[in-house]
Design a protein around this ligand. Structure first.
Ligand code: IMO
Ligand code: MG
Length: 422
């Protein structure tokens, strides 16, 4: 009964997880978002229409799939209702959505607090998406958070009252405007009414699916190097987008997990602050950004771009126990004359092959590269691995060799059908 497949980001996010999820969801009965919130951004093109998902599992576009926001997710009810409305406008009924009663709710004070804390950090800012994600998780662990089951019940009023009272003390101290309980309560109890019908015990639902041998696809958001434990702390998100987050974020046991697929790009990118050893903060990075359209889905920020980093990838392979890799943007990297692949770091005069997230290590390491010929030509018509040009195969096979992990999926273009499956 190993019917759970997992898709995870292997680098700093924005690897194109949506495309792989979209491909795999044709075999799935359940699609689950298990961590993070609307800091994510997955875009998918279906029948010429482009959808950008921040919160909803992208599998929701498949009417035969039950789409779940499980307990590990933090939910901004306003954003969720907007995404639901947008789908309805495009002809989707959205009667296949289920929200965990244990998922925490992002309230307006979380969003204000996210900005306040970023401003207070000054030059040391994290570069968060300012969607209130971190403060919502803080409240979850502080045990003053509002869970979905409370949000839709009579408990909401009292919980909101005490939270607003406490948060206003901080807003006042920082000279921020204070929140008015009555108006927040009015607005948010309206959202609660609309969301109530979607709220259930998703863990029991998933256990039933496992018993029935139905396929479950866990859709990762964010990525390994943004993980609160395993990422480049403090320049990380506030949840575990790695394999552990799948287990705690859904209530699924480890023995039910089958494939764990790590998604990468043929190059790399990062949004927000923090170290990035293989960054090309120059005309090469600019070229990759333009060729790969590397601008944020969530915040529209230009992404920092650079080469693929084998040390970071091997770290993701280990931390998550990746069974295979999906590589996007092979077409993009193939437009360059020369491709570089980071195979080691030089740190304090020594060659190092193991990745660490220690700040001193990351800030003072320089990449050691192997070079590969580019100029793949147009590969959009390649439907099988054999049809790929030799230069592309050389690059892919070297990565497989260095990671000891098969690259099973290869993205050859932006469209849904531009994918090679081996
Ligand atoms: P997807 O799912 C890229 C980054 C932010 C910031 C840090 C903390 O599209 O891969 P947060 O708002 O989460 O507290 O910000 O994490 N970040 C992402 N970067 N893609 C994402 O999601 C991200 N989600 C968060 O830029 O540096
Ligand atoms: Mg993103």
């Amino acid at each position: 009964m190993q019917n759970v497949n997992v898709v995870l980001g292997a680098f700093y996010g924005d690897e194109g997880k949506g495309k792989i999820i979209d491909y795999l969801s044709s075999n799935a009965k359940y699609a689950v978002r298990f961590s993070g919130g609307n800091n994510a951004g997955h875009s998918i093109e279906v029948e010429g229409k482009k959808f950008a998902f921040h919160l909803l599992p992208s599998g929701i576009l498949n009417k035969n799939i039950k789409a779940i926001l499980s307990n590990g997710v933090v939910i901004d009810p306003k954003v969720l209702l907007e995404e639901i409305d947008n789908l309805k406008k495009n002809g989707y009924k959205v009667d296949n959505l289920y929200i965990s009663e244990k998922a925490h709710v992002i309230m307006p004070y979380h969003i204000m607090m996210d900005s306040l804390l970023e401003d207070a950090r000054g030059d040391n800012k994290i570069g968060t998406t300012k969607r209130g994600i971190g403060p919502a998780y803080c409240d979850k662990y502080e045990r003053c958070g509002i869970r979905m089951e409370d949000f839709i019940s009579d408990n909401f009023k009292d919980l909101l009252k005490i939270n607003i009272k406490n948060k206003n003390v901080i807003f006042k101290a920082y000279g921020y405007p204070e929140l008015d309980f009555d108006s927040v309560y009015k607005e948010y109890s309206g959202y609660a009414k609309k969301l109530k019908k979607y709220v259930i015990d998703t863990t029991t639902m998933l256990h039933q699916a496992i018993k029935n041998n139905e396929n479950i696809l866990c859709e990762g958001a964010q990525a390994t190097l943004l993980d609160i434990d395993f990422g480049s702390y403090p320049f990380v998100t506030s949840s575990n987008p790695t394999i552990g987050g799948v287990l705690t974020g859904t209530g699924i046991g480890a023995k039910y997990i089958n494939e764990v697929i790590g998604v990468i790009k043929a190059y790399s990118s990062r949004v927000g602050e923090g170290p990035y050893v293989t960054e090309e903060n120059n005309e090469i990075g600019d070229m990759i950004r333009e060729l790969g359209h590397e601008y944020g889905t969530t915040t529209k920020r230009p992404r920092r771009c650079g080469w693929l980093d084998i040390l970071a990838l091997n770290y993701a392979v280990m931390v998550n126990g990746l069974t295979s890799i999906a590589m996007n943007h092979l077409d993009t990297i193939g437009k360059l004359d020369k491709i570089k692949l980071c195979v080691a770091y030089k740190y304090k005069g020594k060659i190092v092959k193991d990745f660490r997230t220690n700040m001193d290590f990351l800030k003072n390491s320089t990449p050691v590269y192997e070079e590969f010929p580019g100029n793949f030509g147009d590969i959009s018509n390649c439907k099988t691995y054999d049809e790929l040009p030799d230069n592309a195969k050389k690059y892919i096979e070297r990565i497989e060799e260095l990671t000891n992990t098969p690259i099973k999926f290869i993205g050859t273009g932006a469209g849904r059908e531009d994918i090679i499956v081996r």
